[in-house]
Design a protein around this ligand. Sequence first.
Ligand SMILES: [Zn+2]
Ligand SMILES: [Zn+2]
Ligand SMILES: [Zn+2]
Length: 279
Amino acid sequence: MEVLFLGTAAAEGIPALFCKCETCLRAGLAGGHDIRSRCGFLINRHLMLDMTPDIMLHKLRYNLDLTAVDAVCFTHSHTDHLAWAELTFRGSPYAYIPGGPPLAVYANKKSCFVIREGLKFEFGVPEDPSLEIHEIAPGSVIQRGELRVTALKARHDPREDCLFFLLEEGERAFLQMNDTGLPEEDLERVLAEALRGRKLDAVSMDCTTGREKGSAGHMGMGENIFLKKRLLDAGLASGKTRFISNHFSHNGHVSHGELCEVLGAQGIVPAYDGMILEI
Ligand SMILES: [Zn+2]
Ligand SMILES: [Zn+2]
Ligand SMILES: [Zn+2]
C-alpha cells in the first residue's frame, strides 16, 4: 500500500493564512518541511482520504492525475477536510473523464448534508451524476478492489460522528487517526475486532496541539507517545509498526526540527507534506 501525505497541517495551514505569530514567521523563513498545507491522504493513487481546500496545490505540487481517483472517504465535515466547492468541479462542464464512472463518496450524515447543499448551491439540485454519495457511520466497512476501509469513531466534534479509518490491503494495515483526541477507552476492543488478529503496520496520529496538552478533540506530542504505548500494550502494534505524527497547527508552537528531536527519541516520525509511506 502506498500512502501519500498530501498535506500535514490543521485547518489554517502553516504558516497560517492570516498570521504573524512567531511559529508562522519562523516557518516562513525556514521553508522546507516547516511549510504545511491542509491534511489529506492519497492511497495507491486512487483512494483519497478527505478533499482539502489545497487539492489544487497538491495536484500541481505532486503532479497528480486526479481523474484516477475513484473514491473519497471523508473523516468529517470541517472545512479543512471537506472542501465541498472543489468536489463540485468533478461534475460537468468542469470535468471530462470519457467513460469514467462517478466518483464514489463515503461520508457521515452531516458531511453528506454539506455535500448535497454544495451541489444545490452549484447546480440547483442536491445530486449530480458525477458523484455517488454513500452515508457511512462508525463500524461501516467499504471494499474498494483489494482495499478494505473500516470507519472508526473519532473523538473530535460532538455535533457529528467524526471518523477515522483503518485501511487494509492483503496482510497490510494502516491506521489513519487525525482530528481525534485520545480515542475512547473501547478503542482497543474495536480495533482488535476490525484487525481480526493482524497487527498494525503503520499508524498516523493527530498532533494538532504539538508541545501543548491535547484537548477533547485533538492530541499533542504527549498524547501521541501515550497512544503508541497503549497500542503496543494491547498487542495491536509491534516493534515493526511505524508511528507517525500528523495534522500540526501553529498553535502547537513547534517546528519540524523540534518535532524530529522530541518524537524521534520516542520512535515516532513527524510527517511532512509529500511524504510517501510504503506499507
Ligand atoms: Zn482538521
Ligand atoms: Zn501563526
Ligand atoms: Zn476537524
